[in-house]
Design a protein around this ligand. Structure first.
Ligand SMILES: Nc1nc2c(ncn2[C@@H]2O[C@H](COP(=O)(O)OP(=O)(O)OP(=O)(O)O)[C@@H](O)[C@H]2O)c(=O)[nH]1
Ligand SMILES: [Mg+2]
Length: 436
């Protein structure tokens, strides 16, 4: 089960990207730089980067056949052990490129999953990575040439043991089913854990990988979670209670970061780990503002968050690493564009008090106390009040139910509207009770 390091020296990799227009080139150059960082995190040495501009991807090779011939030549001359493509490749494209270049081919998704496999520590993380890898590899298992079978080890082969890749699809499907069952049982025990957290205010850190989420977690609590100048240093969720003097307890969760073109299988597999984010009352979106591509990174994070169904969750953007900004004047621009954000440095501590104050204000804002009056027959609404809020007092009067409740402000105003509708309906009915 454990990744076995079979290589003694770093594998040398040639990185390959594709831009569909000249305009796209800049973005792809950045993406290739990031791919190089990913490759380094996976233990490879980047020998060279090649970016082709081509109006349409080639169905057989992704890049042009002529370019593939060039790659074959370069791979022999440099020499390199593997080709890493920045785009996701179809199984046929991988086969075709491997047979022309006689070099192992890995794509961005496989590389990311490989890093996840190396960094996975907990049982949940290991199961989730293996699940993602098997789902990814299942349609790609057929027709690999023997000479290029992945017995050699190295990038793109870590995670599930090699022998597993040789077993037939039926056995892999059985393994996937087993992993899913394991994950479900882990989720059940986690759910019990979470339910024990009562009415705490839950804050989740989210953001691009390497943005400084774990550093911020440590600055806000004494969690002592791992911090590293590495992509995907954190794969598990760590939750700590932090004391900011609020009436409700505050729970802060650090978890896995995001990246552009995050493999779909990984997002699906890591649903359990991201559960804390999904269920959070507040998301702290940590941005590395010193990164040239920070705006695109923010967009990527927003995309993944919406994929996870977190669109309506309150979000506080923390522009981190401001100590690295040479020109502090860009912060003025950011402040005007994101007036509700905080500029901070999790490393030096600048702005951390403001982050804390904002969390407290938001926690209190989401914790309004109100007295509601419901029609006697509004059982559904009453159930909703019980589900979304904490009942302080409940009195059944002759013609109505009086409930004193604490609740998130947004939920409260939605509920108040529904209660008004319910009263309007009740008044239309003959013999209905009267409203206040
Ligand atoms: N200069 C500076 N460096 C920071 C700051 N915050 C974090 N870092 C550095 O950025 C790197 C990544 O920090 P982490 O806290 O591990 O980032 P992360 O978002 O948890 O990353 P992953 O878990 O890998 O997704 C580390 O080298 C940190 O020391 C900051 O405010 N200023
Ligand atoms: Mg981290």
């Amino acid at each position: 089960m454990h990744p076995i390091e079979t290589t003694t020296r770093a594998e040398r990799a040639l990185l390959v990207g594709l831009a569909l227009s000249d305009r796209e080139r800049w973005e792809k150059i950045e993406s290739l730089d990031e791919l190089a960082q990913l490759a380094a995190t996976a233990g490879a040495e980047v020998a060279e980067k090649i970016l082709q501009t081509r109006r349409k991807p080639d169905p057989a090779y992704l890049i042009g056949k002529g370019k593939v011939d060039e790659l074959a030549k370069a791979a022999q001359e440099i020499p390199v052990d593997l080709l890493i493509f920045d785009e996701e490749l179809s199984p046929a494209q991988v086969r075709n490129i491997e047979s022309v270049t006689e070099t192992r081919v890995v794509d961005r998704s496989e590389l990311i999953m490989d890093i996840f496999a190396i960094h996975a520590r907990s049982r949940a993380a290991k199961i989730q990575v293996e699940l993602a890898q098997l789902n990814y590899r299942l349609p790609r298992l057929v027709g690999r040439g023997v000479e290029l079978s992945r017995l050699g080890g190295g990038i793109g082969t870590r995670g599930p043991g090699e022998t597993k890749l040789e077993v037939d699809r039926r056995r892999i499907r059985a393994r996937i089913a087993q992993l899913k069952r394991d994950l479900t049982s882990l989720e059940t025990s986690r759910m019990v854990q979470r339910q024990g957290r009562g009415d705490a205010f839950r804050v989740a850190l989210a953001g691009y990988t390497n943005a400084g989420k774990s550093t911020l977690m440590n600055a806000l609590s004494s969690a002592g979670v791992t911090v590293a100048d590495q992509l995907f240093a954190t794969l598990d969720a760590t939750t700590r209670q932090i004391d900011l003097g609020t009436r409700r307890d505050i729970l802060l969760t650090d978890t896995v970061g995001f990246i552009r073109h995050l493999p779909h299988h990984l997002v699906a597999s890591f649903h359990a780990t991201l559960e804390e984010t999904i269920e959070a009352d507040l998301i702290l979106h940590v941005v590395d503002v010193s990164h040239t591509a920070y705006r695109q990174q923010m967009a990527t994070v927003d995309e993944v968050l919406s994929e996870l169904g977190c669109i309506d969750t309150s979000t506080l953007v923390v522009f981190n690493k401001i100590d690295r900004l040479e020109d502090q004047s860009c912060l003025d621009l950011i402040r005007s564009r994101y007036p509700m954000s905080v500029a901070a440095s999790a490393l030096t501590g600048v702005g951390i008090e403001t982050v804390k104050a904002r969390i407290v204000a938001l926690a209190e804002d989401m914790d309004r106390e109100e007295v509601l009056f419901l029609p006697l027959d509004a059982t559904k609404l009453l159930a909703q009040v019980h589900r979304d809020g904490r009942i302080i007092e409940e009195i059944f009067e002759d013609s109505r139910i009086q409930v004193r409740v604490r609740m998130d402000r947004a939920k409260l105003s939605r509920l108040q509207r529904e209660i008004a509708d319910a009263w309007a309906r009740a008044q239309d009915r003959p013999g209905a009770g009267e409203q206040d």
